[in-house]
Design a protein around this ligand. Structure first.
Ligand code: TXA
Ligand code: MG
Length: 316
């Protein structure tokens, strides 16, 4: 198993030695290594069992570093970085050569983000290189929101996990690109689309629909091993007799024994923070099936529903 520690210095030493480690961010834990070293990046893909055609996000210390790794940066990208960094927003920009092709899976672009977690901020400021980091879960499985989640699944493949506590946001970053001047949403995440539009102008609904299924965004993802069904919970419950069932609801108490209520007060930020841990809890329980419902489809609810749908996809 990996060493779980709060010592940023130790994390730094592992990374400088070319190792891949777990790091906390405000969204989910990352599986991090030197983004400028293709050998280290290859190791990340190997540990995660991730296909090489699915590019990685590069984590940088501050907005000023954009220019080191990207060029032709549109004004809208600068405005978004100024408003939301550090924070759960990833910007896809034309990449400079210093970024290995393996990071970007051969694309001419690189995904950049400044994470908002004090330990990882310290780490990035202390290092002389940025960190490539996908979410620290085996490819296709539920994303980790605690150091223990990382250890449970990847602890035998990495030496060290920097423990920054439970993730404050709980779903991955929102990914935004710029295509011929059009602000394009690639993935729903921690910054609601409404907030992006306030800063960068309208994100065309058509573009949104089309691009959300861009390369690397798989229909089945974030998935538990147990079947997950999404729908009207009382109706679905009526179809079972005596089996152990895990129920994930938004704010309603359905009066069943194995239930996680994502937010009793109906707060979408709280629900986002709890959704992956809820899936994981039931996946590790003796429940034979997981039932969930969609949350209100606005703000962070869009990211939560996206994750639930992908998690249930292979059971449709
Ligand atoms: O919140 C997050 O973004 C977390 C934390 C660790 O920062 N990271 C994360 O990484 O979610 P990952 O690898 O699980 O998801 C990254 C997504 C993938 O779907 C990938 O296809 C997309 O980013 N991506 C990366 N580079 C891209 C590019 N150049 N163009 C389009 N999509 C890109
Ligand atoms: Mg992921």
């Amino acid at each position: 198993m990996a060493v779980i520690s709060e010592e940023v210095d130790k994390a730094k030493k592992h990374l400088e030695a070319g190792e891949v480690i777990g790091i906390p961010t405000e969204t989910v834990y990352g599986l991090a290594g030197n983004a400028l070293d293709a050998t280290v990046v290859a190791k990340i893909f190997e540990i995660k069992e991730r296909p090489f055609f699915d590019p990685l996000i590069v984590h940088i210390a501050s907005p000023e570093q954009i220019e080191q790794y990207a060029h032709h940066v549109p004004d809208a990208a600068i405005a978004l970085a100024e408003k939301f960094w550090p924070g759960p927003l990833t910007l896809v920009l034309p990449k400079k050569e210093v970024i290995p092709d393996l990071v970007s899976a051969g694309l001419p672009t690189v995904a950049l983000r400044v994470p908002n977690h004090p330990m990882t901020q310290d780490l990035l400021h202390d290092l002389t290189f940025p960190l490539a980091a996908p979410s620290a879960n085996p490819f296709g499985y539920i994303s980790p929101t605690t150091a223990q989640h990382v250890n449970d699944q990847l602890g035998d493949r990495i030496p060290f996990i920097l423990d920054g506590g439970p993730c404050a946001v709980g779903v991955e970053s929102t990914i935004v690109g710029f295509e011929e001047g059009v602000v394009t949403l690639y993935r729903f995440g921690g910054i609601p689309p409404e907030e992006i539009e306030k800063v960068a102008g309208p994100v065309s609904a058509h573009v949104k629909e089309k691009k959300i299924a861009a390369p690397g965004l798989f229909e089945s993802h974030y998935a538990p091993q147990k079947p997950l069904k999404i729908g009207h919970i009382p109706t679905m419950l009526a179809g079972y007799k005596g089996e152990e069932i895990g129920v994930i609801s938004f704010q309603t108490d359905y009066g069943v024994p194995n239930q996680v209520i994502l937010s009793k007060t109906g707060n979408l930020y709280e629900a986002a923070k709890n959704v992956f841990a809820a899936l994981r809890k039931f996946d590790n329980s003796s429940a034979v099936v997981l039932l969930s419902e969609e949350v209100p489809p606005h703000g962070l609810g869009l990211a939560i529903n996206d994750r639930l749908r992908r998690a249930s996809h292979r059971f449709r």
